[in-house]
Design a binder for this molecule. Structure first.
Ligand code: HAM
Length: 423
């Protein structure tokens, strides 16, 4: 039997309502903050991620689904959404749009070949936002407030917002040098990847999954000590504006994020709900001031975040929050013989086109079994059609909640609809 690929999941009909509920909520919150949806392709040129996310990150080095297309071009299923949005921004010259900053959101499957673990999938759905074209602590705070709003709107309580500043390019360069000085003498104690990282991208040693417990990682220099005055001032303003909105946060000097494009504000939202599992990051993001230029674009800056719906669902489960189940159908038509079935087929067809959700029996079950089926489908009303109803053209429309019945004409679609809508 062919099985589903490892690290992916089927979202079954019994569960899709949860996804739809979350997706609708996310779309509507994004609209409240005046972000518009952007859709980019599922695959992009591999080079976009190598340059954008960084050649020495785990995502690019180990986790990408990369393939050659028939034209021998290297393509990659997108592992994240920021680089594609920035590519689109540059290609479509959005810096000239009348609406500035450009505020977009996306919701799409992302692909990372990661070790399977609770909360970690090889295909997962990210909802993300990006605000491009303005560098101001206030927009950073808008992004953070929206992020908190999303999680709180579902009733989640065990949330911890960690923030840090990665500083500007100058601060980062000074910090990288400090890391090299710190790790170089003992680099032979580290994994082979870190032995390369020390020359290519020393910050990535800090989020190495293999060496994270090494004492030198634990007591590594912290970036805050290498921030220049401008970077410190920017960070202070972000914090003050978060305080002004009463958004609680924790400064986490060890938070460096696993993607290379970040500058200044970087953040992660964690769940500290019991039973959430080992991976506690619900959402991550930050500011990326050099990314547009790195991808040959204008010198605009951006900030955003992304979350996966899979982890949001895990957080809801860990906190015992249930999403409302959808209502059942408006009407179920039970039939007593073949000619009644034919009439019922016509009736459901007409009613459906009039906006009434309805269903009927196609398996020639006994009336009792059909009633059970109606119940399973949450039918608010039922009609039974047999020989008598066919002969008279009339039937009883039963309200399943009250048990009351009303006589209706089988041809009078408008009347049936009115009674159903009155319920
Ligand atoms: P990221 O931290 O790599 O950042 O991913 C963001 C979120 O995607 C994570 O916090 C998590 O919720 C989810 N996620 C990542 N990998 C997996 C996985 N294997 N399974 C399930 N969920 C996962 C980014 O992707 C950046 N593009 C975020 C960003 C937007 N920065 C600026 N703008």
């Amino acid at each position: 039997m062919i099985q589903i690929p490892r690290g992916t999941q089927d979202i079954l009909p019994k569960d899709t309502y949860k996804w739809q509920y979350i997706e609708n909520r996310l779309h509507s919150i994004a609209q409240n903050y005046n972000y518009k949806e952007i859709r980019t392709p599922v695959f992009e040129s591999t080079e976009l991620f190598v340059r954008g996310v960084g050649g020495s990150t785990d995502i690019v080095n180990k986790e990408m689904y990369t393939f050659k297309d028939k034209g021998d071009r290297s393509m990659t299923l997108k592992p994240e959404g920021t680089a594609p949005v920035v590519r689109s921004y540059i290609e479509n010259k959005m810096q000239h749009d009348v609406n500035q900053p450009v505020k977009v959101y996306y919701q799409a499957p992302m692909f990372r070949y990661e070790r399977r673990q609770k909360g970690r999938y090889r295909q997962f759905v990210q909802f993300g936002i990006e605000a491009i074209g303005v560098e101001d602590p206030l927009i950073d705070v808008e992004v953070l407030s929206m992020l908190m709003h999303i999680y709180q709107s579902f009733g989640l309580r065990n949330l911890k917002l960690h923030i840090n500043s990665i500083g500007d390019q100058h601060s980062r360069a000074a910090y990288n040098q400090a890391l090299v000085d710190h790790f170089r003498p003992s680099i032979h104690e580290f994994c082979s990847d870190c032995q390369v990282r020390i020359d290519t991208n020393p910050m990535r040693i800090l989020d190495c999954k293999k060496d994270r417990d090494h004492p030198l990682v634990q007591n590594a220099p912290v970036i805050y000590d290498y921030l220049n005055d401008e970077s410190k001032a920017y960070f202070e303003e972000v914090k003050q504006n978060l305080d002004a909105l009463d958004i609680p946060y924790e400064v986490d000097y060890n938070l460096v994020r696993g993607l290379d494009y970040y500058t200044h504000t970087a953040f992660e939202l964690m769940s500290d709900a019991e039973g959430f599992g080992a991976i506690t990051t619900l959402c991550g993001g930050g500011r990326y001031n050099g990314l547009l230029e790195l991808l040959d674009g204008p010198s605009e800056t951006g900030i955003g975040f992304a979350l996966s719906i899979e982890r949001l669902l895990l957080a809801l489960e860990a906190e015992g929050i249930e999403l409302p189940e959808p209502e059942g159908i408006d009407l179920y038509i039970c039939t007593l013989d073949q000619s009644a079935s034919t009439a019922a087929g016509r009736l459901v067809h007409k009613l459906r086109t009039e906006g009434v959700s309805c269903d009927m029996d196609y398996k020639h079950r006994k009336l009792k079994a059909q009633m059970k089926d109606a119940d399973r489908k949450g039918a608010a009303h039922t009609i039974v059609i047999g020989e008598t109803e066919l002969a008279s053209g009339e039937a009883e429309l039963k309200n399943m909640a009250t048990g009351e019945s009303e006589k209706i004409s089988l041809d009078d679609i408008a009347e049936i609809r009115t009674i159903i809508e009155e319920k």
